[in-house]
Design a protein around this ligand. Structure first.
Ligand SMILES: NC(=O)c1ccc[n+]([C@@H]2O[C@H](COP(=O)([O-])OP(=O)(O)OC[C@H]3O[C@@H](n4cnc5c(N)ncnc54)[C@H](O)[C@@H]3O)[C@@H](O)[C@H]2O)c1
Ligand SMILES: C[N+](C)(C)CCCC=O
Length: 474
Protein backbone atom coordinates (compact mmCIF):
# COMPACT_ATOMS: atom_id res chain seq x y z
CA UNK A 1 0.00 0.00 0.00
CA UNK A 2 1.71 3.23 -1.10
CA UNK A 3 -0.10 5.15 1.68
CA UNK A 4 1.52 3.12 4.44
CA UNK A 5 4.97 3.59 2.97
CA UNK A 6 4.84 7.41 3.04
CA UNK A 7 6.31 7.67 6.55
CA UNK A 8 9.49 5.81 5.61
CA UNK A 9 12.64 7.90 5.42
CA UNK A 10 14.72 6.18 2.77
CA UNK A 11 13.83 6.77 -0.86
CA UNK A 12 14.91 4.85 -3.94
CA UNK A 13 15.31 6.86 -7.12
CA UNK A 14 14.81 4.77 -10.20
CA UNK A 15 16.33 6.09 -13.43
CA UNK A 16 15.26 5.26 -16.94
CA UNK A 17 18.44 3.53 -18.17
CA UNK A 18 18.06 4.33 -21.84
CA UNK A 19 17.38 8.04 -21.48
CA UNK A 20 19.07 8.72 -18.12
CA UNK A 21 16.05 10.50 -16.62
CA UNK A 22 14.37 9.95 -13.25
CA UNK A 23 11.58 7.42 -13.74
CA UNK A 24 10.10 7.20 -10.26
CA UNK A 25 10.77 7.41 -6.53
CA UNK A 26 9.98 4.58 -4.16
CA UNK A 27 10.00 4.32 -0.39
CA UNK A 28 12.10 1.56 1.11
CA UNK A 29 10.13 -0.96 3.13
CA UNK A 30 11.13 -1.28 6.75
CA UNK A 31 10.34 -3.55 9.68
CA UNK A 32 6.65 -2.61 9.87
CA UNK A 33 5.99 -3.23 6.18
CA UNK A 34 7.80 -6.54 6.28
CA UNK A 35 5.90 -7.62 9.40
CA UNK A 36 2.68 -6.80 7.63
CA UNK A 37 3.69 -8.68 4.48
CA UNK A 38 4.69 -11.70 6.58
CA UNK A 39 1.36 -11.69 8.46
CA UNK A 40 -0.56 -11.51 5.17
CA UNK A 41 1.57 -14.27 3.70
CA UNK A 42 0.99 -16.52 6.73
CA UNK A 43 -2.78 -16.11 6.36
CA UNK A 44 -2.56 -16.80 2.62
CA UNK A 45 -0.30 -19.81 3.21
CA UNK A 46 -2.92 -21.34 5.54
CA UNK A 47 -5.33 -21.39 2.62
CA UNK A 48 -2.98 -22.08 -0.29
CA UNK A 49 -0.90 -24.77 1.43
CA UNK A 50 -4.04 -26.81 2.16
CA UNK A 51 -5.30 -26.74 -1.42
CA UNK A 52 -4.68 -29.73 -3.67
CA UNK A 53 -1.92 -29.50 -6.25
CA UNK A 54 -4.54 -29.52 -9.00
CA UNK A 55 -6.29 -26.48 -7.48
CA UNK A 56 -3.02 -24.57 -7.18
CA UNK A 57 -2.12 -25.53 -10.74
CA UNK A 58 -5.40 -24.14 -12.07
CA UNK A 59 -4.68 -20.71 -10.55
CA UNK A 60 -1.09 -20.74 -11.76
CA UNK A 61 -2.16 -21.62 -15.30
CA UNK A 62 -4.52 -18.64 -15.17
CA UNK A 63 -1.56 -16.44 -14.13
CA UNK A 64 0.40 -17.79 -17.12
CA UNK A 65 -2.53 -17.00 -19.40
CA UNK A 66 -2.66 -13.40 -18.13
CA UNK A 67 1.09 -13.04 -18.70
CA UNK A 68 0.64 -14.21 -22.28
CA UNK A 69 -2.19 -11.75 -22.83
CA UNK A 70 -0.11 -8.87 -21.35
CA UNK A 71 3.18 -9.99 -22.97
CA UNK A 72 3.89 -6.80 -24.90
CA UNK A 73 3.01 -4.47 -22.01
CA UNK A 74 5.23 -6.40 -19.57
CA UNK A 75 8.08 -6.55 -22.08
CA UNK A 76 7.93 -2.80 -22.69
CA UNK A 77 7.91 -2.16 -18.97
CA UNK A 78 10.95 -4.43 -18.59
CA UNK A 79 12.79 -2.42 -21.23
CA UNK A 80 12.13 0.75 -19.25
CA UNK A 81 13.03 -1.04 -16.01
CA UNK A 82 16.27 -2.61 -17.19
CA UNK A 83 17.41 -1.10 -20.52
CA UNK A 84 17.57 -4.38 -22.48
CA UNK A 85 16.19 -4.65 -26.03
CA UNK A 86 12.48 -5.31 -26.53
CA UNK A 87 13.36 -8.52 -28.42
CA UNK A 88 15.14 -9.92 -25.36
CA UNK A 89 12.52 -8.58 -22.94
CA UNK A 90 9.82 -10.55 -24.79
CA UNK A 91 11.89 -13.73 -24.40
CA UNK A 92 12.23 -13.03 -20.67
CA UNK A 93 8.45 -12.70 -20.35
CA UNK A 94 8.05 -15.98 -22.24
CA UNK A 95 10.52 -17.70 -19.93
CA UNK A 96 8.58 -16.41 -16.90
CA UNK A 97 5.30 -17.73 -18.32
CA UNK A 98 6.80 -21.09 -19.28
CA UNK A 99 8.24 -21.47 -15.79
CA UNK A 100 4.84 -20.87 -14.18
CA UNK A 101 3.23 -23.36 -16.60
CA UNK A 102 5.96 -25.93 -15.93
CA UNK A 103 5.65 -25.77 -12.15
CA UNK A 104 1.85 -25.70 -12.36
CA UNK A 105 2.26 -29.05 -14.14
CA UNK A 106 4.40 -30.39 -11.29
CA UNK A 107 2.08 -29.15 -8.50
CA UNK A 108 -0.12 -32.23 -8.59
CA UNK A 109 2.81 -34.66 -8.80
CA UNK A 110 4.25 -33.86 -5.35
CA UNK A 111 4.31 -37.10 -3.43
CA UNK A 112 6.18 -39.16 -0.86
CA UNK A 113 7.35 -42.73 -0.59
CA UNK A 114 5.98 -45.84 1.10
CA UNK A 115 8.56 -48.03 2.86
CA UNK A 116 7.71 -51.51 4.17
CA UNK A 117 9.13 -52.41 7.58
CA UNK A 118 9.24 -55.76 9.45
CA UNK A 119 6.02 -57.20 10.91
CA UNK A 120 3.72 -55.31 8.58
CA UNK A 121 4.77 -51.96 9.97
CA UNK A 122 5.58 -49.29 7.48
CA UNK A 123 6.71 -45.74 7.05
CA UNK A 124 5.72 -43.12 4.55
CA UNK A 125 7.04 -39.73 3.64
CA UNK A 126 5.00 -36.61 2.98
CA UNK A 127 6.32 -33.73 0.89
CA UNK A 128 5.18 -30.60 2.70
CA UNK A 129 5.58 -26.89 1.96
CA UNK A 130 8.05 -24.80 3.95
CA UNK A 131 5.80 -21.81 4.72
CA UNK A 132 6.57 -18.20 3.86
CA UNK A 133 9.63 -17.95 1.58
CA UNK A 134 11.66 -14.86 0.74
CA UNK A 135 12.82 -14.22 -2.81
CA UNK A 136 15.57 -11.66 -3.43
CA UNK A 137 16.27 -10.64 -7.02
CA UNK A 138 19.16 -9.21 -9.04
CA UNK A 139 18.59 -6.46 -11.63
CA UNK A 140 19.50 -8.26 -14.86
CA UNK A 141 16.36 -10.38 -15.34
CA UNK A 142 13.86 -8.67 -13.01
CA UNK A 143 10.55 -10.20 -14.18
CA UNK A 144 12.05 -13.57 -15.07
CA UNK A 145 13.81 -13.96 -11.71
CA UNK A 146 10.58 -13.14 -9.83
CA UNK A 147 8.82 -15.90 -11.81
CA UNK A 148 11.66 -18.44 -11.55
CA UNK A 149 11.45 -18.10 -7.75
CA UNK A 150 7.72 -17.74 -7.19
CA UNK A 151 6.60 -20.52 -9.59
CA UNK A 152 8.20 -23.45 -7.73
CA UNK A 153 7.46 -21.80 -4.36
CA UNK A 154 3.75 -21.49 -5.09
CA UNK A 155 3.50 -24.88 -6.82
CA UNK A 156 4.82 -26.51 -3.63
CA UNK A 157 2.19 -24.71 -1.54
CA UNK A 158 4.31 -21.89 -0.09
CA UNK A 159 3.77 -18.14 0.06
CA UNK A 160 6.51 -15.76 -1.13
CA UNK A 161 7.60 -12.24 -0.30
CA UNK A 162 9.78 -10.96 -3.11
CA UNK A 163 12.24 -8.08 -2.98
CA UNK A 164 13.42 -6.91 -6.40
CA UNK A 165 16.68 -5.04 -6.80
CA UNK A 166 16.20 -1.32 -6.09
CA UNK A 167 17.88 -0.74 -9.46
CA UNK A 168 14.95 -2.45 -11.26
CA UNK A 169 11.95 -2.28 -8.91
CA UNK A 170 9.12 -2.07 -11.43
CA UNK A 171 8.14 -5.36 -13.09
CA UNK A 172 7.97 -7.65 -10.05
CA UNK A 173 4.97 -5.53 -9.04
CA UNK A 174 3.28 -6.52 -12.31
CA UNK A 175 3.76 -10.17 -11.41
CA UNK A 176 2.12 -9.59 -8.01
CA UNK A 177 -0.78 -7.91 -9.79
CA UNK A 178 -1.10 -10.88 -12.17
CA UNK A 179 -1.08 -13.52 -9.43
CA UNK A 180 -3.77 -11.52 -7.58
CA UNK A 181 -5.84 -11.27 -10.76
CA UNK A 182 -5.45 -15.02 -11.29
CA UNK A 183 -7.03 -15.60 -7.89
CA UNK A 184 -4.27 -16.50 -5.40
CA UNK A 185 -5.19 -15.69 -1.77
CA UNK A 186 -4.42 -12.09 -0.84
CA UNK A 187 -0.79 -11.68 0.25
CA UNK A 188 0.39 -15.03 -1.16
CA UNK A 189 2.89 -13.21 -3.37
CA UNK A 190 3.79 -9.76 -2.09
CA UNK A 191 6.53 -7.39 -3.23
CA UNK A 192 8.58 -5.29 -0.82
CA UNK A 193 10.82 -2.56 -2.17
CA UNK A 194 14.24 -1.64 -0.85
CA UNK A 195 17.94 -2.33 -0.85
CA UNK A 196 20.28 -4.21 1.42
CA UNK A 197 18.66 -3.24 4.71
CA UNK A 198 15.20 -4.30 3.53
CA UNK A 199 16.75 -7.52 2.23
CA UNK A 200 18.46 -8.18 5.55
CA UNK A 201 15.29 -7.55 7.60
CA UNK A 202 13.30 -9.82 5.31
CA UNK A 203 15.81 -12.69 5.34
CA UNK A 204 16.27 -12.52 9.12
CA UNK A 205 12.56 -12.42 9.93
CA UNK A 206 11.87 -15.40 12.21
CA UNK A 207 8.78 -16.41 10.22
CA UNK A 208 10.63 -16.59 6.91
CA UNK A 209 11.17 -20.31 6.33
CA UNK A 210 13.50 -20.12 3.32
CA UNK A 211 15.49 -17.62 1.30
CA UNK A 212 16.04 -17.86 -2.43
CA UNK A 213 18.66 -15.32 -3.45
CA UNK A 214 20.00 -14.21 -6.83
CA UNK A 215 22.87 -11.75 -6.83
CA UNK A 216 26.57 -11.29 -6.31
CA UNK A 217 28.93 -13.58 -4.41
CA UNK A 218 29.65 -11.05 -1.60
CA UNK A 219 25.93 -10.52 -0.89
CA UNK A 220 25.29 -14.27 -1.20
CA UNK A 221 27.88 -14.87 1.53
CA UNK A 222 26.02 -12.51 3.87
CA UNK A 223 22.66 -14.12 3.10
CA UNK A 224 24.03 -17.57 3.86
CA UNK A 225 24.96 -16.40 7.37
CA UNK A 226 21.53 -15.04 8.34
CA UNK A 227 20.32 -18.08 10.27
CA UNK A 228 19.44 -21.74 10.14
CA UNK A 229 17.03 -21.81 7.25
CA UNK A 230 17.29 -23.35 3.79
CA UNK A 231 18.96 -21.02 1.30
CA UNK A 232 19.20 -21.20 -2.47
CA UNK A 233 22.01 -19.03 -3.83
CA UNK A 234 22.25 -18.15 -7.53
CA UNK A 235 25.45 -16.13 -7.72
CA UNK A 236 27.98 -14.82 -10.18
CA UNK A 237 30.18 -16.49 -12.73
CA UNK A 238 33.30 -16.11 -14.88
CA UNK A 239 32.51 -18.93 -17.22
CA UNK A 240 34.78 -20.40 -19.91
CA UNK A 241 33.96 -21.28 -23.50
CA UNK A 242 36.36 -23.75 -25.13
CA UNK A 243 36.52 -23.51 -28.91
CA UNK A 244 38.42 -26.36 -30.55
CA UNK A 245 39.83 -26.20 -34.07
CA UNK A 246 37.57 -29.10 -35.13
CA UNK A 247 34.42 -27.02 -34.45
CA UNK A 248 31.95 -25.56 -36.90
CA UNK A 249 33.48 -22.08 -36.82
CA UNK A 250 30.34 -20.22 -37.84
CA UNK A 251 28.47 -21.89 -34.98
CA UNK A 252 31.27 -21.17 -32.51
CA UNK A 253 31.28 -17.48 -33.44
CA UNK A 254 27.53 -17.28 -32.93
CA UNK A 255 27.92 -19.11 -29.62
CA UNK A 256 30.62 -16.71 -28.44
CA UNK A 257 28.37 -13.72 -29.20
CA UNK A 258 25.43 -15.33 -27.37
CA UNK A 259 27.77 -16.10 -24.48
CA UNK A 260 28.81 -12.48 -24.10
CA UNK A 261 26.35 -9.91 -25.38
CA UNK A 262 22.84 -10.87 -24.24
CA UNK A 263 21.33 -8.28 -21.92
CA UNK A 264 24.30 -5.92 -22.60
CA UNK A 265 26.59 -8.61 -21.20
CA UNK A 266 24.85 -8.46 -17.84
CA UNK A 267 24.22 -12.20 -17.55
CA UNK A 268 25.42 -14.40 -14.70
CA UNK A 269 26.10 -17.41 -16.94
CA UNK A 270 28.03 -15.47 -19.60
CA UNK A 271 31.04 -17.23 -21.09
CA UNK A 272 33.39 -14.28 -20.83
CA UNK A 273 36.64 -16.27 -21.02
CA UNK A 274 36.71 -17.46 -24.61
CA UNK A 275 39.55 -19.98 -25.07
CA UNK A 276 40.28 -20.56 -28.77
CA UNK A 277 42.62 -23.26 -30.10
CA UNK A 278 45.67 -21.56 -31.54
CA UNK A 279 45.37 -22.65 -35.19
CA UNK A 280 41.91 -21.10 -35.66
CA UNK A 281 42.49 -18.01 -33.51
CA UNK A 282 43.05 -15.43 -36.32
CA UNK A 283 40.02 -16.60 -38.29
CA UNK A 284 37.82 -16.72 -35.17
CA UNK A 285 38.88 -13.27 -33.96
CA UNK A 286 38.35 -11.70 -37.39
CA UNK A 287 34.79 -13.03 -37.59
CA UNK A 288 33.86 -12.26 -33.95
CA UNK A 289 35.11 -8.68 -34.26
CA UNK A 290 33.27 -8.16 -37.56
CA UNK A 291 29.97 -9.36 -36.06
CA UNK A 292 30.44 -7.48 -32.79
CA UNK A 293 30.99 -4.23 -34.68
CA UNK A 294 27.72 -4.74 -36.53
CA UNK A 295 25.57 -5.13 -33.39
CA UNK A 296 22.84 -2.51 -33.55
CA UNK A 297 23.03 -0.39 -30.36
CA UNK A 298 20.46 2.22 -29.33
CA UNK A 299 16.81 2.70 -28.43
CA UNK A 300 15.89 -0.63 -26.81
CA UNK A 301 12.24 -0.20 -27.76
CA UNK A 302 13.05 -0.39 -31.49
CA UNK A 303 12.62 -3.77 -33.19
CA UNK A 304 15.99 -3.48 -34.95
CA UNK A 305 18.01 -2.80 -31.78
CA UNK A 306 20.06 -5.73 -30.51
CA UNK A 307 21.86 -4.00 -27.63
CA UNK A 308 20.21 -1.49 -25.32
CA UNK A 309 21.55 0.46 -22.35
CA UNK A 310 23.44 -0.79 -19.32
CA UNK A 311 21.50 -0.71 -16.10
CA UNK A 312 22.92 2.41 -14.44
CA UNK A 313 25.52 5.15 -14.77
CA UNK A 314 27.77 3.78 -11.97
CA UNK A 315 27.62 0.31 -13.52
CA UNK A 316 28.53 1.68 -16.98
CA UNK A 317 31.50 3.55 -15.44
CA UNK A 318 32.60 0.37 -13.70
CA UNK A 319 32.48 -1.71 -16.90
CA UNK A 320 34.44 0.98 -18.79
CA UNK A 321 37.05 1.03 -16.03
CA UNK A 322 37.56 -2.72 -16.53
CA UNK A 323 38.30 -2.05 -20.22
CA UNK A 324 40.86 0.62 -19.27
CA UNK A 325 42.45 -1.71 -16.75
CA UNK A 326 42.66 -4.45 -19.42
CA UNK A 327 44.50 -2.03 -21.74
CA UNK A 328 46.95 -1.16 -18.95
CA UNK A 329 47.58 -4.87 -18.32
CA UNK A 330 48.42 -5.48 -22.01
CA UNK A 331 45.16 -6.65 -23.62
CA UNK A 332 44.34 -5.38 -27.11
CA UNK A 333 40.98 -3.67 -27.55
CA UNK A 334 39.94 -5.25 -30.86
CA UNK A 335 36.67 -3.32 -30.95
CA UNK A 336 34.28 -1.32 -28.75
CA UNK A 337 34.73 -0.59 -25.07
CA UNK A 338 33.67 3.04 -25.42
CA UNK A 339 30.71 5.18 -24.44
CA UNK A 340 28.16 5.03 -27.25
CA UNK A 341 26.08 8.08 -28.16
CA UNK A 342 22.84 7.18 -29.96
CA UNK A 343 21.79 9.44 -32.82
CA UNK A 344 18.42 10.19 -31.16
CA UNK A 345 19.05 13.29 -28.96
CA UNK A 346 16.43 12.06 -26.43
CA UNK A 347 18.75 9.16 -25.61
CA UNK A 348 21.94 11.20 -25.16
CA UNK A 349 21.99 10.66 -21.37
CA UNK A 350 21.39 6.89 -21.54
CA UNK A 351 24.00 4.39 -20.33
CA UNK A 352 25.25 2.97 -23.63
CA UNK A 353 28.59 1.46 -24.56
CA UNK A 354 29.90 -0.34 -27.62
CA UNK A 355 30.39 -4.09 -27.11
CA UNK A 356 34.04 -4.90 -26.64
CA UNK A 357 36.32 -7.75 -27.69
CA UNK A 358 39.66 -7.96 -25.88
CA UNK A 359 42.46 -9.87 -27.61
CA UNK A 360 45.86 -11.02 -26.42
CA UNK A 361 44.44 -11.81 -22.97
CA UNK A 362 46.24 -13.90 -20.38
CA UNK A 363 44.93 -15.77 -17.34
CA UNK A 364 46.36 -13.28 -14.83
CA UNK A 365 44.60 -10.20 -16.23
CA UNK A 366 41.83 -8.62 -14.17
CA UNK A 367 39.42 -8.84 -17.12
CA UNK A 368 39.94 -12.61 -17.18
CA UNK A 369 39.73 -13.11 -13.43
CA UNK A 370 36.83 -10.89 -12.34
CA UNK A 371 33.16 -10.84 -13.29
CA UNK A 372 32.74 -7.61 -15.29
CA UNK A 373 29.00 -8.03 -15.93
CA UNK A 374 29.04 -5.95 -19.09
CA UNK A 375 29.57 -6.45 -22.86
CA UNK A 376 33.25 -7.36 -22.66
CA UNK A 377 34.59 -10.62 -24.17
CA UNK A 378 38.12 -11.74 -23.32
CA UNK A 379 39.75 -13.97 -25.95
CA UNK A 380 42.56 -16.32 -24.92
CA UNK A 381 44.39 -18.95 -26.93
CA UNK A 382 45.31 -22.54 -26.02
CA UNK A 383 47.09 -25.49 -27.61
CA UNK A 384 45.94 -28.74 -25.96
CA UNK A 385 42.68 -30.03 -24.50
CA UNK A 386 44.34 -30.78 -21.18
CA UNK A 387 45.74 -27.25 -20.94
CA UNK A 388 42.38 -25.68 -21.85
CA UNK A 389 40.55 -27.72 -19.21
CA UNK A 390 43.06 -26.86 -16.51
CA UNK A 391 42.85 -23.13 -17.25
CA UNK A 392 39.05 -23.17 -17.64
CA UNK A 393 38.64 -24.69 -14.17
CA UNK A 394 41.19 -22.40 -12.54
CA UNK A 395 38.60 -20.15 -10.87
CA UNK A 396 36.62 -20.06 -7.64
CA UNK A 397 33.41 -19.74 -9.69
CA UNK A 398 31.56 -22.46 -11.59
CA UNK A 399 28.23 -21.34 -12.96
CA UNK A 400 28.46 -22.39 -16.61
CA UNK A 401 30.85 -23.52 -19.35
CA UNK A 402 30.72 -24.20 -23.06
CA UNK A 403 32.53 -26.40 -25.57
CA UNK A 404 32.49 -26.13 -29.35
CA UNK A 405 33.75 -29.19 -31.23
CA UNK A 406 32.55 -31.59 -33.93
CA UNK A 407 34.11 -34.56 -32.12
CA UNK A 408 31.35 -36.11 -30.01
CA UNK A 409 33.80 -38.02 -27.82
CA UNK A 410 35.81 -34.89 -27.09
CA UNK A 411 32.63 -32.97 -26.27
CA UNK A 412 31.51 -35.39 -23.56
CA UNK A 413 35.04 -35.96 -22.24
CA UNK A 414 35.60 -32.22 -21.82
CA UNK A 415 32.19 -31.63 -20.23
CA UNK A 416 32.84 -34.42 -17.72
CA UNK A 417 35.90 -32.53 -16.49
CA UNK A 418 34.45 -29.01 -16.51
CA UNK A 419 33.62 -27.79 -12.99
CA UNK A 420 30.41 -25.93 -13.75
CA UNK A 421 26.71 -26.34 -13.03
CA UNK A 422 25.49 -25.79 -16.59
CA UNK A 423 27.58 -27.05 -19.51
CA UNK A 424 26.67 -26.33 -23.10
CA UNK A 425 27.87 -28.41 -26.06
CA UNK A 426 27.80 -26.47 -29.36
CA UNK A 427 25.47 -23.80 -27.95
CA UNK A 428 25.46 -21.27 -25.13
CA UNK A 429 23.10 -19.46 -22.73
CA UNK A 430 19.93 -21.39 -23.35
CA UNK A 431 17.90 -22.06 -20.19
CA UNK A 432 14.79 -24.16 -20.88
CA UNK A 433 12.74 -24.18 -17.68
CA UNK A 434 12.54 -27.98 -17.70
CA UNK A 435 16.24 -28.31 -16.83
CA UNK A 436 18.03 -27.37 -13.61
CA UNK A 437 20.14 -24.21 -13.53
CA UNK A 438 22.67 -23.33 -10.83
CA UNK A 439 26.31 -23.19 -9.90
CA UNK A 440 29.25 -25.24 -8.68
CA UNK A 441 31.80 -23.78 -6.25
CA UNK A 442 31.17 -20.15 -5.23
CA UNK A 443 28.58 -19.65 -7.98
CA UNK A 444 25.89 -20.97 -5.72
CA UNK A 445 23.97 -23.52 -3.75
CA UNK A 446 20.88 -25.32 -5.02
CA UNK A 447 19.15 -25.18 -8.37
CA UNK A 448 16.35 -23.32 -10.08
CA UNK A 449 14.04 -24.89 -12.67
CA UNK A 450 13.61 -28.56 -13.48
CA UNK A 451 12.00 -31.19 -11.24
CA UNK A 452 14.79 -31.02 -8.66
CA UNK A 453 13.67 -27.52 -7.61
CA UNK A 454 10.68 -29.07 -5.83
CA UNK A 455 13.20 -30.30 -3.26
CA UNK A 456 14.34 -26.75 -2.57
CA UNK A 457 10.82 -25.49 -1.85
CA UNK A 458 9.45 -28.37 0.23
CA UNK A 459 10.44 -30.56 3.15
CA UNK A 460 10.04 -34.26 3.80
CA UNK A 461 8.15 -35.54 6.80
CA UNK A 462 8.68 -39.20 7.68
CA UNK A 463 5.81 -40.99 9.41
CA UNK A 464 6.47 -44.36 11.17
CA UNK A 465 3.42 -46.63 11.57
CA UNK A 466 3.70 -49.49 14.07
CA UNK A 467 1.43 -52.47 13.43
CA UNK A 468 2.62 -54.48 16.45
CA UNK A 469 3.44 -53.54 20.06
CA UNK A 470 6.20 -51.29 21.31
CA UNK A 471 9.32 -53.40 21.73
CA UNK A 472 10.45 -51.65 24.92
CA UNK A 473 13.94 -52.03 26.36
CA UNK A 474 12.70 -50.84 29.76
N1 LIG B 1 23.33 -17.34 -10.82
C1 LIG B 1 22.25 -16.67 -11.22
O1 LIG B 1 21.20 -17.23 -11.50
C2 LIG B 1 22.32 -15.17 -11.33
C3 LIG B 1 21.33 -14.51 -12.07
C4 LIG B 1 21.40 -13.13 -12.19
C5 LIG B 1 22.44 -12.41 -11.57
N2 LIG B 1 23.37 -13.07 -10.86
C6 LIG B 1 24.49 -12.32 -10.24
O2 LIG B 1 23.99 -11.13 -9.65
C7 LIG B 1 25.01 -10.13 -9.64
C8 LIG B 1 24.43 -8.82 -10.15
O3 LIG B 1 23.29 -8.49 -9.45
P1 LIG B 1 23.24 -7.38 -8.31
O4 LIG B 1 24.27 -6.34 -8.58
O5 LIG B 1 21.82 -6.97 -8.19
O6 LIG B 1 23.69 -8.21 -7.03
P2 LIG B 1 23.69 -7.74 -5.49
O7 LIG B 1 24.29 -8.85 -4.73
O8 LIG B 1 24.26 -6.40 -5.35
O9 LIG B 1 22.14 -7.58 -5.13
C9 LIG B 1 21.23 -8.66 -5.30
C10 LIG B 1 20.03 -8.42 -4.42
O10 LIG B 1 20.41 -8.53 -3.05
C11 LIG B 1 19.92 -7.43 -2.30
N3 LIG B 1 20.80 -7.25 -1.15
C12 LIG B 1 21.92 -6.48 -1.08
N4 LIG B 1 22.48 -6.62 0.13
C13 LIG B 1 21.71 -7.49 0.83
C14 LIG B 1 21.79 -8.02 2.14
N5 LIG B 1 22.79 -7.69 2.97
N6 LIG B 1 20.84 -8.90 2.54
C15 LIG B 1 19.84 -9.28 1.70
N7 LIG B 1 19.71 -8.77 0.44
C16 LIG B 1 20.64 -7.90 0.01
C17 LIG B 1 19.92 -6.31 -3.34
O11 LIG B 1 19.10 -5.24 -2.92
C18 LIG B 1 19.39 -7.05 -4.55
O12 LIG B 1 17.99 -7.19 -4.50
C19 LIG B 1 26.10 -10.66 -10.53
O13 LIG B 1 27.16 -11.14 -9.75
C20 LIG B 1 25.43 -11.81 -11.28
O14 LIG B 1 26.31 -12.79 -11.74
C21 LIG B 1 23.33 -14.43 -10.71
C1 LIG C 1 18.23 -16.59 -19.80
N1 LIG C 1 19.66 -16.50 -19.62
C2 LIG C 1 20.20 -15.60 -20.62
C3 LIG C 1 20.32 -17.75 -19.80
C4 LIG C 1 19.98 -15.94 -18.31
C5 LIG C 1 19.78 -16.80 -17.12
C6 LIG C 1 19.80 -16.00 -15.82
C7 LIG C 1 21.12 -15.37 -15.50
O1 LIG C 1 21.38 -14.21 -15.36
Amino acid sequence: SPGRLQDKKLKITKFNCFAGRVLCHLDECGVEDINEAVEQAKTAFNIWGKMSGMERARTMIEAARIIESRREEIAQMEVINNGKSITEARLDVDSARLCIEYFAGLASTLSGQHVQLPGGSFAYTRREPLGVCAGIGAWNYPFQIAAWKSAPALACGNAMIFKPSPVTPVTAVLLAEIYAQAGVPQGLFNVVQGGQETGRILCQHPDIAKVSFTGSVPTGKKVSLYGIKPVTLELGGKSPVLIFSDCDLENAVRGALMANFLSQGQVCSNGTRVFVQKDILPEFVKEVVKRTKSIEIGDPLLETTRMGALVSRPHLDNVLSYVNQAKKEGADVLCGGEVFLPSDPKLKDGYYMSPCVLGNCTDEMTCVKEEIFGPVMSVLSFETEEEALHRANDTTLGLAAGVFTSDVRRAHRVVEHLKAGSCFINNYNITPVEVPFGGFKMSGIGRENGQVTVEYYSQLKTVFVEMGDVDSLF
